[in-house]
Write a protein that binds this ligand. Structure first.
Ligand code: PLP
Length: 394
């Protein structure tokens, strides 16, 4: 048996997908999937219509950093936050995921470290492992609304292995939304220490109270900032696999172009559809926000009413972390997937520990995604109450 690389052997199994096989085997149970950020919201019609308008004679390779028209459309869209943005500042990628992988690759050599406020999007671990790097967590707390670490803590975390900091705004799994003063602190930190600041803004348009501040809004961060965006969530187009890496650092973009050359170009059909998405009227985003406000409220209200459950109300994205009155939510999630059923229904949750660097943490937390119809989310909260009471009596 040939030896596989330490990097792949160290890859974590996705906490979110772990329970899939178990639930698929129980065909008589209807599972409500609140474990993954896959909205059931119909993709806007202009995106579907654009598929019909794509009739190439040859499905050829495109340019490494994306088609010029798609890069220009993305730059125009992002000028809302950065009026001086140009098409050359945008690289088109296969989802936000590839943009993150490229960002981590330009930032890190093997052995290097990226800081990340914890809990964080679990795939950051995977992207870091692929680069031979790792994530060093900076703790934030549910009870404090996941506020960012203080300047002192940020400074103290820096050593020669740290190459930057990655943060999602709005946050997954936290639902935290960071405003201007918090982003300014991160920008100052990056400038003070000459580190990269990778800001994952794939949920930027999905905020519930106040809009997040974009990293693109800071002219002084041009050299240190990388912004990641994606069409997956805002446009309910997860399967499109279209995203963007945006930076005003010319050398960095030259290297991103080389990474793009190595995998040839991003998908032409996706770019064609993406251009239709990026020119939709502002009302589309407001409609999405309204829709998620209702869904999040239903889920928060339903869960908060359960004895012993503590919920942090998200301010953006569509996830929430809930603390449950159980010792180990991995075991509880397995119980939901493998044993629990009420009137033919069950639901799937993502155990909290998957969002922490140290799997000993977040063991009484779960992440839920308010991506289903409000009445289904109401039902999920009812099922949670039933499941918790049965589980505790086992
Ligand atoms: C915080 C965050 N970043 C990036 C992604 C990747 O999204 P995609 O590759 O679909 O654009 C996700 C997906 O759930 C996410 O939650």
């Amino acid at each position: 048996m040939p030896r596989l690389s330490k990097r792949v052997l160290s890859l974590q199994e996705s906490a979110i997908r772990k329970l899939d096989a178990t639930t698929r085997a129980r065909t008589h149970v209807h599972f409500h999937r609140v474990n993954i950020g896959q909205p059931d919201v119909p993709t806007p019609a202009p995106l579907i219509d654009a598929i019909r308008g794509f009739q190439p004679r040859v499905l050829g390779y495109g340019q490494a950093s994306g088609e010029p028209a798609c890069r220009e459309a993305a730059a125009t869209y992002h000028r809302r936050w950065c009026p001086e943005l140009e098409a050359s500042h945008v690289a088109v990628t296969t989802g936000g995921s590839e943009a993150l992988l490229f960002a981590f690759t330009v930032a890190c050599d093997p052995g290097d470290v990226l800081l990340a406020p914890e809990p964080y999007y679990t795939n950051y671990n995977g992207f870091a492992s692929i680069c031979g790097a790792s994530i060093r967590p900076l703790r934030t707390h549910l009870s404090q609304g996941f506020a960012l670490p203080s300047d002192q803590e940020l400074d103290a975390a820096v050593d020669e292995r740290v190459k930057g900091l990655v943060v999602a705004n709005p946050g997954n799994p936290t639902g935290a939304v960071y405003g201007r003063s918090e982003l300014q602190r991160l920008v100052n930190w990056a400038l003070r220490h000459r580190k990269l600041l990778i800001v994952d803004e794939v949920y930027r348009q999905i905020w519930l109270d106040e809009a997040p501040c974009s990293i693109l809004e800071f002219p002084e961060a041009a050299e240190v900032a990388i912004c990641v965006d994606s069409l997956s969530k805002t446009w309910s187009a997860c399967g499109l696999r279209l995203g963007f890496l945006i930076s005003r650092n010319a050398l960095l973009m030259e290297k991103v172009e080389r990474l793009g050359q190595a995998r040839l170009g991003p998908q032409p059909l996706a770019q064609h559809i993406g251009m239709a998405a990026l020119t939709l009227p502002e009302s589309v985003y407001e409609d999405q926000r309204e829709l998620y406000r209702e869904r999040v409220n239903v889920l928060v209200d339903g869960l908060s009413a359960i004895d012993g459950v503590e919920v942090s109300r998200p301010r953006g994205a569509f996830y929430l972390m809930a603390r449950l009155p159980v010792e180990d939510t991995e075991a509880f999630a397995r119980y939901l997937a493998a044993d629990f059923e009420h009137e033919g229904e069950s639901f799937v949750v993502a155990p909290g520990s998957g969002f922490y660097a140290d799997p000993g943490r977040g063991r009484d937390e779960v992440r839920l995604a308010a991506v289903l119809q409000p009445e289904v989310l109401h039902r999920v909260a009812q099922l949670m109450e039933t499941a918790l009471s049965r589980y505790r009596n086992l």
